[in-house]
Design a protein around this ligand. Structure first.
Ligand SMILES: [Zn+2]
Length: 273
C-alpha cells in the first residue's frame, strides 16, 4: 500500500502545478505507482486514481454552496477550489437515477465534475459545482475562472440533483446548472443538457420563452418579470454581458438569439466536433 499511497501523494502534488483548471485526474503519474496496482486494468487504474485525487481534493471540506472568505481562499489555494474530476463513485451516487437515468445518451466516462468559485448576489464568494461533457470541461473551467475574476454575479451553482433533477424546481430557484438527462423544456426532443453540452445561467432572470398554441409560456414560471428584454434589470444576459462574450468566444451558441423561442439562460456547444 505504501507505493500506492506514495504515488497518489505525488499525483495530488502534481495536480496543483497544472494550473487552476487543468488539475484533471489524467494519470500521468501512474508510472510512479508500483506493484500494488499491477492487477488492475487501465480503466480500473484511472478510476482508482480519479477517486483518490477527488478524495485528496475533498480534504478542504469545502461543500458546494459554502461561503468562503478571501483569506480562506488564499490559504486553501485556487487549484483546490477550481478543479475537475471524473465522475467518481461518490459523485455517481448523487446523480444515479436522478440527472443520470437509464438510457442516458452520454457515458459516465464522458462526463466531468467541476468545482468552481463564484460571486453570489450579495457579493459573497461561494463554492459551486456542475457536471458537463468532457469535451467542454476545460473551456467551462476557463470561463468560470474568468467570471470569478470579474466578480460576475451568479446566485447558485449546484447540481440539479439537489432539486431531484427537476429542471423547473432548479430554474425557479435561480440555480445555474448544466448536465441533466431530460427533454427540452415543454417538448419531446432530447435537450443538449442530456449530453452535458448546455448550461443555464441565472435562469430566473433569463427565462425560456415559447408560444405553445399561440400562448406565451415563460420557464421558469416565476420569471415573468424578466420577459421584456428591452427593460434594464440586474443579472440580464444580453450581447453586452460578460457571460455572453465568454461563452460565444469559446464557440458556444446563445439561446437568446433564437428567433422563435428565445432561451436567454442557455449556452450550448456541440460535443461531436
Ligand atoms: Zn438550457
Amino acid at each position: 500500500m505504501g507505493g500506492l499511497l506514495f504515488g497518489c501523494i505525488l499525483l495530488a502534488g502534481c495536480s496543483y502545478d497544472f494550473g487552476a483548471w487543468s488539475a484533471e485526474s489524467e494519470p500521468k503519474a501512474v508510472i510512479r505507482i508500483q506493484s500494488e496496482t499491477d492487477g488492475l486494468s487501465e480503466q480500473e487504474m484511472k478510476d482508482l486514481i480519479a477517486s483518490m485525487v477527488a478524495e485528496s481534493e475533498g480534504r478542504t471540506e469545502v461543500e458546494p454552496g459554502d461561503v468562503l472568505s478571501e483569506e480562506e481562499i488564499e490559504e486553501i489555494g485556487l487549484g483546490r477550489l477550481f478543479y475537475q474530476s471524473r465522475i467518481t463513485d461518490s459523485i455517481f451516487e448523487r446523480i444515479d437515477g436522478k440527472s443520470y437515468k437509464e438510457g442516458c445518451p452520454v457515458s459516465r466516462d464522458d462526463l466531468r465534475y467541476l468545482r468552481i468559485l463564484h460571486y453570489d448576489f450579495d457579493h459573497n464568494i461561494r463554492a459551486g459545482e456542475l457536471i458537463c461533457h468532457k469535451a467542454l470541461s476545460d473551456d467551462m473551467m476557463d470561463i468560470f475562472l474568468k467570471l470569478y475574476e470579474a466578480e460576475y454575479p451568479i446566485e447558485k451553482v449546484l447540481l440539479v440533483d439537489e432539486y431531484g433533477a427537476d429542471d423547473d424546481l432548479s430554474s425557479s430557484d435561480n440555480n445555474t446548472s448544466c448536465f441533466n438527462y431530460r427533454n427540452v423544456s415543454g417538448g419531446s426532443r432530447l435537450s443538449m443538457h442530456a449530453y452535458g453540452a448546455a448550461i443555464d445561467i441565472n435562469p430566473l432572470y433569463n427565462p425560456y420563452l415559447t408560444w405553445p398554441g399561440g400562448q406565451l409560456n415563460c420557464a421558469p414560471a416565476n420569471g415573468t418579470d424578466y420577459i421584456d428584454r428591452s427593460r434594464d434589470f440586474l443579472y440580464k444576459i444580453d450581447e453586452e454581458d460578460l457571460c455572453y462574450q465568454l461563452f460565444t468566444e469559446a464557440g458556444f451558441s446563445w439561446g437568446g438569439s433564437w428567433q422563435s423561442n428565445p432561451d436567454y439562460m442557455h449556452f450550448s456547444r456541440s460535443v461531436w466536433d
